[in-house]
Ligand binder design. Structure first.
Ligand SMILES: [Zn+2]
Ligand SMILES: [Zn+2]
Length: 343
C-alpha cells in the first residue's frame, strides 16, 4: 500500500508538472487525470500496482524494493499511459472532446476497479479502452476481440481441520495434509471432467499452507486458489461444486476432519462441516468490471515478448513496446472521441 501510494504521488506530480488537470476524487491510491474539453468523453486505463515477488532480472529499472515487483508489467502500462497523457496534452487544443486517464490501483487484488467506479471516475464516460502487455505475443503485436476479453476471477480458501499427531503415530490423529492433498487433486476434475471441455474453466491451487516441522502431523491445512470462468452459469455453480467435492473426500476417509471454508458453515453429516467459499470479484478481469458498467470499450493486449510469463520473478517485458503503444493510444483517443461525439 505504501509503495502504491508512492507511485500515485509520483504519477500525480509528473502529470501536474505537465499542466494536466487531476480529478479530486479522494482516492487513497490511484490517479485520474483529464485532458481536453467538450461533451464527448472517453477514458483510457492503465494499472499501477505491484506483486509481493523478489525481482530476478538485472535490468537497470528493476525494482528497488525487495519483495515488491511489477511482475505483471504494470510499470510498463503506467509508463505508456503517462506517455499518452503527455502526447495528448500537446494536442489538447485539437482534441474533439475530453480524455480521462485512469491509473487504477489494486488490479491484482480485484477491488481497484470498484474503487474507481465508486469514486465517480467513470461518470459521463462514453467509451473506455484498457491495455495489458502479453508476454506470449511478439513485439509490435496488438490483440483485441469482440465480447468478453478476460475471464471472471474468483478466489477460494479451503481450511481442512484434522487432528495433530506424532508423525510416527498417524493413527492417533487426523491427517489434514493427506486429506488436503486429495482435495487438490480432486479439484482438477472440475475443469477436466465436470464441465464441458468447450467451456473455459481454469482452476489453480496456489497456496498450500501446513505444518512447521518434520515430525508432527499438523492439525490444519489451508488451501487457497482461484477459478477463472467466462460462462456466468458455470461460475455460479463453482462454490457448491467445490463444497460437494471436498465433503465427498472427507466422507470417503475413515477419519472425519472438519472442512471449514471462509463462508458460512453447513452441517453436512459424516462429521463434515463447513463449505468452500468463493470470493467473487469481477475482473480485469477487473477491466471487464469497468466495461461491464454499461460503458462500451475495448481491451488491447500488447506484445511484450518476455521469456518468462506474467507474475514470474524473471518477467521482463521488452521496453521497446512503449513508444508504439503510446503512439497507438494517442491516435486512438481523438478517433474514439469523434465516434462517440457522432453517436
Ligand atoms: Zn497480474
Ligand atoms: Zn496485470
Amino acid at each position: 500500500m505504501v509503495w502504491v501510494a508512492l507511485a500515485s504521488s509520483r504519477i500525480s506530480r509528473w502529470l501536474a508538472q505537465a499542466g494536466i488537470r487531476l480529478l479530486p476524487l479522494g482516492l487513497k491510491t490511484g490517479v485520474v487525470a483529464e485532458i481536453g474539453d467538450g461533451p464527448a468523453l472517453i477514458a483510457l486505463r492503465a494499472d499501477i500496482d505491484a506483486l509481493p515477488i523478489d525481482e530476478a532480472t538485472d535490468r537497470p529499472w528493476r525494482s528497488q524494493q525487495p519483495g515488491i515487483m511489477h511482475a505483471c508489467g504494470h510499470d510498463v502500462h503506467t509508463t505508456v499511459m503517462l506517455g499518452v497523457a503527455l502526447q495528448l496534452k500537446q494536442r489538447e487544443a485539437t482534441l474533439p472532446g475530453q480524455v480521462r486517464i485512469l491509473f487504477q490501483p489494486a488490479e491484482e487484488t480485484f477491488n481497484g476497479a470498484r474503487q474507481l467506479i465508486d469514486a465517480g471516475a467513470l461518470e459521463g464516460v462514453q467509451a473506455i479502452f484498457g491495455l495489458h502487455n502479453a508476454p506470449d505475443l511478439p513485439l509490435g503485436t496488438l490483440r483485441t476481440r469482440p465480447g468478453a476479453f478476460y475471464a471472471n476471477v474468483d478466489r477460494f480458501v479451503i481450511r481442512v481441520k484434522g487432528k495433530g499427531a506424532h508423525a510416527a503415530r498417524p493413527q492417533e490423529g487426523i491427517d489434514s495434509i493427506m486429506i488436503a492433498s486429495h482435495i487438490v487433486t480432486a479439484l482438477q476434475t472440475l475443469p477436466s471432467r465436470v464441465f464441458s471441455s468447450l467451456e473455459t474453466v481454469v482452476l489453480s491451487v496456489t497456496r498450500f499452507t501446513a505444518g512447521n516441522t518434520w515430525n508432527v502431523l499438523p492439525e490444519t491445512v489451508e488451501l487457497e486458489g482461484t477459478v477463472r470462468t467466462h460462462n456466468s452459469e458455470i461460475r455460479a455453480q463453482i462454490p457448491q461444486r467445490i463444497s460437494a467435492l471436498i465433503e465427498g473426500i472427507a466422507a470417503g476417509t475413515d477419519q472425519h476432519p472438519r472442512l471449514g471454508g471462509c463462508g458460512a458453515g453447513t452441517g453436512a453429516g459424516n462429521g463434515v462441516s463447513g463449505r468452500a467459499c468463493s470470493h467473487t470479484a469481477d475482473g480485469r478481469r477487473r477491466f471487464r468490471f469497468l466495461s461491464a458498467t454499461g460503458t462500451c470499450g475495448a481491451f488491447v493486449s500488447i506484445g511484450s515478448a518476455s521469456k518468462y510469463g506474467l507474475h514470474h520473478a524473471g518477467f521482463d517485458p521488452d521496453e521497446a513496446l512503449i513508444e508504439p503503444a503510446v503512439n497507438y493510444f494517442t491516435r486512438l483517443a481523438p478517433r474514439a472521441l469523434q465516434i462517440v461525439a457522432a453517436q
